[in-house]
Design a protein around this ligand. Structure first.
Ligand code: AMP
Length: 546
């Protein structure tokens, strides 16, 4: 019997700072452009950004921040935030991105759970931290991510030491002796949005970030290259910024950051000014851009690919971008626990399809790139066929998937290493996965299951519907029945009947919502997804009372 022998290739430790070093060396003049918090457009090349990150690393050492420390950031997508990503991970500390839109109790829980020693914070969010400061006993100080002119007196009286980011950097040298790390050294931390129970921390390693960055660059994932001008709308605090703050510098693409300017006009203006060819966001943000384009008869000729995920992308959105704006929508699925999971890519068989058939495929959440094993199972754990019909629990496994939550004693996996995503989906014969629903959102009506996602997608195809949420609410006879909650487009007044008509064109009669309720504003989660929790509380007994 022969035994395997070792390969004779170099062995090397790794740190994510090497991604930025590579960008600085080989694409040093390629710019990171930010619509800044202070106002005005800020531009910096990767070489200069790397120098500043080295200054930051020296400043961190000056604050006695060491390897293994958790340090929070609460910031928009800006060049300074990017420096923090690389500088903190680069010295071996953990860059913990905080979502400013969370409720104060959640922020308190997350900062204390992570034991953040310092928080790097944009001027816009100083008050968010100040609100809960007396409940953060372990916090030693804040670093406000601005220059001296934009520091205000009230910041300095906040109750913990407050430092000015630019002043800290200004005192430091541009070189730093960066350490390299073992494969699973922690690099960054992101908490799930915690729609049920407390948020849970996902602790990414230097290697998982590297693996992820390499994979997202693939043509059939985000197709990244040095020719890109990529507008990163997805917040750097949402699911590790979908990995893009690592993968775009890795390929030497131009990175365009919207800062706090997330309205339709600002997004449109920066796409035009920076000739952006790619962008990414959740559907609710893309609706803002689409409305701005539609209402002002504008075009975005440089834009070729728009990556949308985080919740299901309505068919009407894919059609609008393709037909009216000549931009291809790439639908993706992922979660904080996996970062990017699947992406919808074009396969040869799709060239033969009619427009309508092709759009149906493009509505699916896509195929897993290498390194993500995926299966659907029934309640007993048996694998279900890839026939596009059978639906079951979506399970994933691989080096880019969480093993256990931060500080959890138990693994998050089953005995064979699979992670239950909490989503229910189908997989078709071409390998395209389609989310049927979040397990907890599926509507169970008299033993039949109705996909809330499907109904919502059809409803937003109505030209006068802005956004729609479908809920299973209590019903005397059927246990649960669907109820549709709708926000009308500005200046429109669609009738209930016209909305139900559109739904009945695509769905069986028993799947039609029992009623349509109009509301003025849809509750959204901190990451911009529809928040069904408050809707459930308000409308739980709606049909019982009716
Ligand atoms: P988060 O960790 O906050 O990004 O939430 C992850 C969850 O968002 C997933 O488990 C899905 O339920 C949902 N999700 C993400 N992308 C999609 C998508 N393209 N379609 C439907 N649901 C999605």
């Amino acid at each position: 019997m022969t035994s395997a022998i070792k390969g004779l290739m170099q062995k090397k430790k790794f740190s994510v700072i090497e991604i930025l070093q590579h960008a600085a060396t080989w694409n040093g003049d390629v710019e990171v452009v930010t619509n800044s918090v202070e106002g005005g457009v800020h531009r910096i090349g990767y070489a200069k950004l790397y120098d500043r990150t080295s200054q930051l690393a020296n400043a961190l050492t000056g604050l006695d921040i060491k390897a293994g420390d958790c340090i929070g950031t609460m910031a928009w997508n800006t060049w300074r935030h990017l420096e923090c990503w690389y500088g903190l991970s680069g010295i071996g500390a953990i860059c913990h991105t905080l979502n400013p839109r969370l409720f104060p109790d959640q922020i308190e829980y997350i900062v204390n759970h992570a034991e953040d020693r310092f928080i790097f914070v944009d001027t816009s969010f100083v008050s968010v931290i100040a609100n809960v400061l007396d409940r953060l006993p372990m916090l030693e100080g804040l670093v406000v991510m601005t220059d001296k002119e934009h520091m205000t007196d009230d910041m300095e009286k906040i109750g913990v030491p407050v430092y000015c980011y630019e002043e800290l950097l200004g005192r430091e040298e541009c070189d730093f002796d960066w350490p390299l790390f073992n494969a699973d050294t922690a690099s960054s931390l992101c908490y799930t949005s915690g729609t049920t129970g407390n948020p849970k921390g996902v602790l990414y390693s230097h290697q998982s970030n590297l693996n992820h960055a390499m994979v997202t660059a693939h043509v059939d994932v985000m197709d990244l290259s040095a020719r890109d001008s990529f507008l990163l709308i997805v917040p750097m605090f949402h699911a590790n910024g979908w990995g893009l703050p690592h993968s775009i510098p890795m390929v030497g693409g131009k990175l365009v950051l919207p800062g706090p300017h997330m309205d339709g006009k600002s997004i449109y203006d920066i796409i035009l000014a920076e000739s952006c060819n790619k962008t990414c966001a959740v559907p609710t943000v893309m609706t803002v851009l689409l409305d701005h384009l539609d209402n002002n008869t504008l075009q975005i000729p440089s834009m070729t690919k728009i990556f949308i995920g985080g919740s299901a992308v309505p068919q009407s959105m894919i059609e609008s971008f393709e037909e009216k704006y000549d931009a291809e929508v790439m639908h993706g699925w992922g979660m904080t626990e996996t970062v990017v999971g699947t992406f919808n890519c074009s396969l040869p068989f799709m060239d033969e399809l009619s427009f309508e058939e092709r759009i149906k495929v493009r509505c699916k959440q896509g195929r897993p790139p290498f390194g993500l094993e995926m299966k659907i199972v029934d309640d007993e754990g048996n694998s279900l066929p890839h026939d596009g019909e059978a639906f079951g629990k979506l399970m994933v496994r691989g080096l880019r998937v969480v093993e256990r939550y931060y500080k959890a004693e138990e693994s998050a996996l089953d005995s064979e290493g699979w992670f239950d995503t909490g989503d229910v989906s189908t997989i078709d014969k071409h390998g395209f996965m389609q989310i049927t629903d979040r397990a907890k959102d599926i509507i169970k009506s008299g033993g039949e299951w109705i996909s809330s996602v499907d109904i919502e997608n059809t409803a937003v195809g109505h030209p006068e519907v802005q956004i729609a949420a479908c809920l299973g609410v209590k019903h005397v006879k059927w246990e649960e029945r669907p109820l549709l909650i709708v926000v009308k487009k500005e200046g429109c007044d669609p009738s209930k009947a016209s909305i139900l008509d559109i739904i009945s064109s695509e769905h069986a009669k028993w799947q039609l919502p029992d009623d349509v309720v109009f509301i003025d504003e849809m509750p959204l989660t901190a990451t911009g997804k529809i928040d069904k929790k408050p809707l459930r509380i308000t409308y739980e007994n709606y049909l019982m009372e009716a």
